[in-house]
Design a protein around this ligand. Structure first.
Ligand code: UD2
Ligand code: MN
Length: 568
């Protein structure tokens, strides 16, 4: 009887230990649920707010996290905030009974106040990040936080998380720029915290000029920008400073986790996203292209991104200055992230997201503050400036996507155009081909036509074949196999594009998956001929029955004469 009891106890003990290990392992292992890779776009009340939240639903979104960032040691607590009376600071601005907790900040202030100035959060990094090593002599940074009427609890939590979760030697200072908030004490009182400095604007400047002011007074050689409602996570800073130290032309940002605007839960964002946009210059998170995803064997590697969200990034100070800081004629909010991103890429730098750096941010659905010139006009002014200076002939797509921008004032851009020339930046076409080839051209540009030669039409056959055949159907009733879209440099039919098989004369032309970056798919019209851009050879039907090839261009030769005829 005793033996049975002993055995039962032993079995239960082993089961309990195994269970505990399994539980811990589940929590720490890389996320594999399908939802973990899906970007979720949050609603946008006014249709202009450019940042969408992204959310990873965790099967184990428990209230008590197992892997948490280290809270500060109790003895370090006293020194952390210096002379600041934290309680008095927070109580000074609490909600009164009956107040709408969302009114002033567009997030649930009551929840934020209830949380206090610090809390443990889940370490959301891939488990492999924890074993990476960084240089011991990384340079220190100036953290720049600009704000206009931020809630005291979120602002203080941002600052405290930086002080608690960064190696102290890396934080040279925290520069707060109070962008003319109603109460100057929101900022002033915080300068009692060691390393924290407070600058107040004498009038509302907007986040762009405020950041430039902060950068100009920064004493460290590396700049770190943060929004005023963030919480940084374990080891957030080292990966970013390391990358910038290795190459000062890199501009790096963390994965931005989501802090719920309702209950302030800290939620891990998907690690498979990068920054993108549409032609109206509306920012969006998007999946990393499949080829890049397949090529990523190491989940701790940086992710190249066409644009950054804008609020959270690290940049070398001399590189920031060399590249022209920001366009200070942009007002209040919006568009500066495109301008900076285009400029960095086109003028010799790069942008990346570092998966081993995580920072939480409260994504909101509306702006809690006013825009003196109105929200829409300000966004148009700022994005028009970005488009006019940087997008060359591609700006026409911006205007077709945002017709209301035409004729709206945007001030003089001479200074920024001079800057672009002085820096000898590459054309926007280069950016499109090398950085963001996945950006589709607007639908309305895709005019369908037939490619006629004599009485015959170019058509596709089988999976990748081509040939000439009798033109069939009238107008929109043409068969799909004879409908072409000429969107420079591609000649496409749905997802397939005309491609040469080799760069030599006589090489066959066939169909393959479209990729605007692929040199074999680049064509341009030359008189009535279609010239392959790289080889300089022309599309030639050779014989009416055989597949087309590329041959030396010979003007007006029947086999090289193609008349695109638009299908109405
Ligand atoms: C995102 C960026 C934000 C900025 C913006 C485009 C993130 C996490 N956030 O919008 O940093 O790039 O896109 O412009 O990527 N502020 C001022 N003065 C103002 C208005 C705002 O100081 O007149 C402060 C504000 O208190 C906040 C920061 O600027 O700390 C960004 O504003 P936001 O949080 O409203 O912008 P967000 O996160 O929607
Ligand atoms: Mn923000």
């Amino acid at each position: 009887m005793r033996r049975i009891r002993a055995n039962a106890i032993a079995i239960l003990t082993v089961a309990w230990i195994l269970g505990t290990f399994y539980y811990l392992w589940q929590d720490n292992k890389p996320q594999s649920s399908p939802s973990s890779s899906s970007a979720q776009t949050r609603g946008r009340g006014h249709g202009l707010k450019g940042v969408s939240g992204r959310l990873e639903i965790h099967r184990d979104d428990r209230t008590i996290p197992l892997i948490v960032t280290q809270p500060p040691r109790p003895d370090a607590q006293g020194q952390l905030l210096g002379a600041l009376d934290e309680k008095a600071y927070l109580v000074g601005k609490q909600l009164k009974p009956g107040d709408d907790p969302y009114r002033e900040h567009a997030f649930n202030q009551q929840e934020s106040d209830r949380l206090g100035s610090e809390r443990a959060i889940r370490d959301t990094r891939h488990y492999r990040c924890a074993s990476l090593n960084y240089d011991t002599d990384l340079p220190a940074t100036s953290v720049i936080i600009t704000f206009h009427n931020e809630a005291r609890s979120t602002l203080l939590r941002t600052i405290k998380s930086v002080l608690m979760r960064s190696p102290p030697s890396l934080i040279q200072e925290i520069v707060l720029i109070d962008d003319f908030s109603s109460d100057p004490e929101d900022c002033q009182l915080l300068s009692q915290i060691p390393k924290v400095r407070c600058l107040r604007n004498g009038r509302r400047e907007g986040l762009i000029r405020s950041r430039v002011r902060g950068a100009n007074t920064a004493s460290a050689s590396i700049l770190t920008f943060l929004d005023s409602h963030c919480e940084v996570n374990s080891d957030w800073l080292q990966p970013m400073i390391q990358r910038v130290k290795e190459d000062h032309t890199r501009v790096v940002s963390p994965i931005i986790d989501v802090i719920s605007l309702d209950n302030f839960a800290y939620l891990a964002a998907s690690a498979d996203l990068r920054g993108g946009f549409d032609w109206s210059l509306h920012f969006k998170w998007e999946q990393i292209p499949i080829e890049q995803k397949m090529a990523r064997s190491d989940p701790t590697q940086p992710i190249r991104t066409p644009v950054i969200a804008g609020g959270i990034f690290v940049m070398d100070k001399s590189w920031f200055n060399h590249l022209g800081q920001y366009d200070t004629h942009m007002d209040i909010w919006g568009g500066e992230n495109f301008e900076l991103s285009f400029r960095v890429w086109m003028c010799g730098g790069s942008l990346e997201i570092l998966p081993c750096s995580r920072v939480g941010h409260v994504f909101r659905k509306r702006h809690p503050y006013d825009f003196p010139e109105g929200n829409a006009l300000t966004y148009i002014k700022n994005t028009r400036r970005a488009a006019e200076v940087w997008m060359d002939e591609y700006k026409q797509y911006y205007y077709s996507a945002r017709p209301s921008a035409q004729g709206k004032a945007f001030g003089s851009i001479t200074d920024r155009q001079t800057l672009r020339r002085k820096l000898d930046c590459k054309p926007f076409r280069w950016y499109m081909e090398n950085v963001y080839p996945e950006l589709r051209f607007p639908e309305q540009e895709a005019v369908s036509s037939v490619l006629k030669q004599g009485g015959l039409c170019l058509e596709t056959r089988g999976t990748d074949g081509l040939g000439l055949a009798e033109c069939r159907g009238i107008g929109a009733n043409r068969p799909q196999s004879q409908k072409w879209e000429l969107i420079e440099p591609l000649i496409r039919q749905q997802d397939l594009c005309l491609a040469i098989s080799a760069f030599t004369a006589g090489s066959k032309v066939k169909m393959e998956s479209c990729n605007a970056k692929e040199p074999r798919q680049k064509w341009k019209p030359r008189g009535s001929a279609l010239q392959h851009m790289v080889s300089g050879l022309c599309l030639d039907s050779q014989t009416p029955t055989g597949p087309p090839v590329i041959l030396q261009c010979r003007p007006l030769v029947a086999g090289q004469t193609w008349e695109p005829q638009i299908i109405t």
